[in-house]
Design a protein around this ligand. Structure first.
Ligand code: N01
Length: 546
C-alpha cells in the first residue's frame, strides 16, 4: 500500500506506524520498509532522531555498555565503517552514530519529527489503528509498533513549592540543548542512581558549591573509561562475529560471559583477588565475576562488602563515607552504576552530602530545598530522579484496543503482556522493549535487534498468510507475567525496594517486576519455540473471517 498524500483532514494510510526514532524505531523502519516492502512512518516528538540519546544530554551522560557492543550488528558495512573513540561512548557520540544510521540507510524521508502521538485507537470494522498527533495530522495503519524506549518518561517528584523556586531547575532526562552553566552557582542534585552518579562529578567540577541529596546510597564500580587505541578498534572489528555470538547467547547481551564459578568455590583470599582485579578493570564485568551473585544473599554480601570497603577507603570524611556506604539493598539488585570519580568527588571542599533518610525534603522554597532539618540555598536544582520506566511513555498515549479498552485500564494491576511484545486485547500492536522483555536487563542494542527482527518475521508471516491480525491471548499473557515474576523471585532483584524494575519509584504505580530476568538466551529460545509452535499463545484472525 502506498502512503496517500497528507493534509490536516485526511489520514495518511500506511501499513505500519512506529512511534519513536531511537535504536528500536530506526531499525524497525529499515526492516519493515526495505525487507518487507511495507509503507511505514516513524513518528517522534523530538526534533531529531536518537530517542533516549536525543533527550539525555546531562553533563557526564555516557553509556555503561562498552562502545564496541553498543551498536547495531545487523550490517557488517556499518560495523566496519563506524569508529568509536572511547571505551564507553558519550551521549554526543551515540547521537552522531544514530544520525549516521538514519542517513546511511536513507531513513529520514520516512521519519516525521516534531510529532507527538496523542492517541492510537484500534477499530474492529476495518481492523486498523487510527492515530492522532499534536500536529493535527492523523494516520491509519494495520500495524502499530511502539519503540518508545524503557526510560523516556521523566519522573519529576511531586514536591510542594517547586513552582515557587526562584532559581532554575532541570530533569536530567529533559536536558536543555544549549547546556547549563554551573559556573559560580550553588547547585543541588537530587538522586544518586546511574544518572546522578554520572552527573555529580562533572557538575562538582564547575559549580561553586554542590549539595547532593541522597535518599538511597548506591553501589558503583569505576568505569575506567579510556580512549580506544587503533589495535582495539581493529580487534573489535575483526572479531565482530565472535562478539555477536557471545552477546546473543548469554544472560545479559554484553560481550562477555558471566563466570560459571560460585562465590564459595574459592577461598577468601582468591575471591578478594578476583574482586580486586575486576575493580581495576572497571565496568559491568565486576558483576560477572561469579555466577551466584544475584541468587545467593551470602555470596552477594561478599561483593557488597568489598564495594563498601572501597567506598570507605576512598571517601576521607568518615561521616560522608558512612552515609555513602550505608546501602540498603544487595549489590546489582538495582542496575549497578559505573562511574568516573563519583566517590572521590565527595572529598572536594565544595561538595556536601545530605541524608534524606534522616532529614527528608519537606518542600521547595523560593530560595532552595527545605529538609526537616535545614534550608539549603540553591541557584540550580538538578533532578536526577529517574523515569516512570517501561510503562510511562506507553500510558501517556491514549491507546485503545478492542472494544475501546484503554491500555490504562488493561494495565491497572500491572503491565499484562506476552513476551514483552504484545498485550491481549490490542491486536497488531507490538511493543519493542516493552514490559516483560529482557531489554533493560541487557545491553540494549542486541536485545532491540532481537525484538525488531522477531516482530518483522511475525509481520512477514501475517502478510504471507493473509492474516488480518495477531493478538496475544489472555492466558498466555498471564502465564508470561507469572513467569517473569517467578524468575525475578529466584533472584535478589525484588529486594531493592525502591527499584524502577518493580515500578516502586513512582507513587501509586502497581508493584510488578517488569523486565524479564531469566536471561537473554532463555528469552530468545522461548521466542523461537513460540514461532515453531505456530505462534503459540497468540490468536490470529484470517482475512476470510472478516
Ligand atoms: O534513575 P534511578 P536514573 N526524593 O531511578 C532518587 C539507565 N541509565 O536516571 O533510590 C529524593 O535509578 C532515587 O532515590 P531512591 C539505567 O538503566 C543508564 O539514575 O528511590 N530522591 C534514586 O537515587 C538506570 O538504572 C546510564 O531512594 C529521589 C534516583 O533519584 C536508569 O537509566 C546512565 C526522589 C533515581 O535513580 C535510571 O537511572 C543513566 C525523591 N522524591 C541512566 N525520587 C548508563 O548507561 C527519586 N529519587 C550509564
Amino acid at each position: 500500500m502506498n502512503p496517500r498524500s497528507s493534509n490536516q483532514t485526511s489520514p495518511v494510510l500506511l501499513d505500519a506506524i512506529v512511534v519513536g526514532a531511537g535504536f528500536s524505531g530506526l531499525y524497525q523502519l529499515l526492516l519493515l520498509r526495505d525487507k518487507l516492502g511495507l509503507s511505514v512512518k516513524v513518528l517522534d516528538a523530538a526534533q531529531g532522531v536518537g530517542g533516549t540519546w536525543y533527550w539525555n544530554r546531562y553533563p557526564g551522560a555516557r553509556c555503561d555498555s562498552e562502545s564496541h557492543s553498543y551498536a547495531y550488528y545487523f550490517s557488517k558495512e556499518l560495523l566496519d565503517e563506524w569508529e568509536w573513540s572511547e571505551r564507553y561512548p558519550q551521549q554526543p557520540e551515540i547521537l552522531r552514530y544514530l544520525n549516521h544510521v538514519a542517513d546511511r540507510f536513507q531513513l529520514r524521508p520516512d521519519i516525521v519529527l516534531g510529532t507527538r502521538v496523542h492517541s492510537a485507537h484500534y477499530t474492529e470494522t476495518d481492523k486498523r489503528w487510527h492515530i492522532t498527533t499534536d500536529t493535527g495530522q492523523t494516520y491509519s495503519a494495520k500495524y502499530f509498533i511502539t519503540a518508545v524506549g524503557c526510560l523516556s518518561s521523566a519522573n519529576i517528584p511531586d514536591i510542594s513549592g517547586l513552582d515557587s523556586f526562584a532559581g532554575d531547575w532541570f530533569h536530567t532526562g529533559e536536558w536543555p540543548h544549549e547546556g547549563v552553566d554551573f559556573t559560580g552557582k550553588h547547585v543541588g542534585v537530587v538522586g544518586t542512581g546511574s544518572t546522578g552518579i554520572q552527573a555529580i562529578p562533572v557538575i562538582a567540577e564547575q559549580a561553586k558549591h554542590l549539595t547532593v541529596f541522597q535518599r538511597t546510597a548506591n553501589y558503583s564500580i569505576p568505569a575506567r573509561n579510556v580512549p580506544l587505541d587503533d589495535s582495539f578498534k581493529r580487534y573489535a572489528k575483526e572479531n565482530a562475529d565472535h562478539f555477536r555470538e557471545v552477546m546473543t547467547t548469554n544472560t545479559n547481551a554484553h560481550p562477555f560471559r558471566i563466570s560459571e564459578r560460585l562465590v564459595h568455590d574459592v577461598s577468601e583470599d582468591e575471591r578478594h583477588q578476583i574482586y580486586e582485579e575486576a575493580w581495576l578493570k572497571g565496568g559491568l564485568q565486576f558483576r560477572a565475576t561469579f555466577k551466584d551473585l544475584l541468587q545467593n544473599p551470602d555470596s552477594n554480601r561478599t561483593a557488597a562488602d568489598f564495594i563498601r570497603h572501597k567506598i570507605r577507603q576512598t571517601v576521607t570524611d568518615p561521616v560522608k563515607a558512612e552515609l555513602l556506604s550505608d546501602i540498603d539493598h544487595p549489590f546489582a539488585a538495582k542496575r549497578p552504576p559505573i562511574d568516573s570519580g563519583y566517590f572521590e568527588t565527595f572529598n572536594a571542599d565544595n561538595v556536601d552530602l545530605v541524608n534524606l533518610r534522616e532529614t527528608p525534603i519537606e518542600c521547595i522554597t523560593p530560595r532552595g530545598i527545605q529538609t526537616s532539618k535545614a534550608e539549603y540555598s540553591l541557584d540550580i536544582i538538578v533532578f536526577a530522579t529517574g523515569f516512570d520506566a517501561m510503562t510511562g511513555s506507553l500510558l501517556k498515549m491514549d491507546i485503545q484496543g478492542r472494544d475501546g479498552m484503554t491500555l490504562q485500564k488493561a494495565w491497572q494491576a500491572g503491565p499484562l503482556n506476552y513476551l514483552g511484545l504484545q498485550v491481549p486485547g490490542f491486536p497488531n500492536m507490538f511493543t519493542i522493549t516493552g514490559p516483560g522483555s529482557p531489554s533493560v536487563l541487557c545491553n540494549m542494542p542486541p536485545a532491540i535487534e532481537h525484538h525488531v527482527e522477531w516482530i518483522t518475521n511475525c509481520i512477514e508471516h501475517l502478510q504471507k498468510n493473509k492474516i488480518d491480525s495477531i493478538e496475544a491471548s489472555q492466558e498466555a499473557s498471564e502465564r508470561w507475567v507469572a513467569t517473569v515474576n517467578a524468575a525475578a523471585n529466584e533472584t535478589l532483584l525484588p529486594q531493592a525496594k525502591h527499584s524502577w524494575y518493580l515500578g516502586a519509584n513512582v507513587p501509586g504505580k502497581p508493584r510488578v517486576f517488569m523486565p524479564y530476568p531469566g536471561g537473554f538466551l532463555r528469552y530468545r529460545t522461548r521466542c523461537e519455540e513460540v514461532v515453531k509452535q505456530g505462534y503459540a499463545g497468540f490468536r490470529v484472525e484470517r482475512e476470510s473471517a472478516s
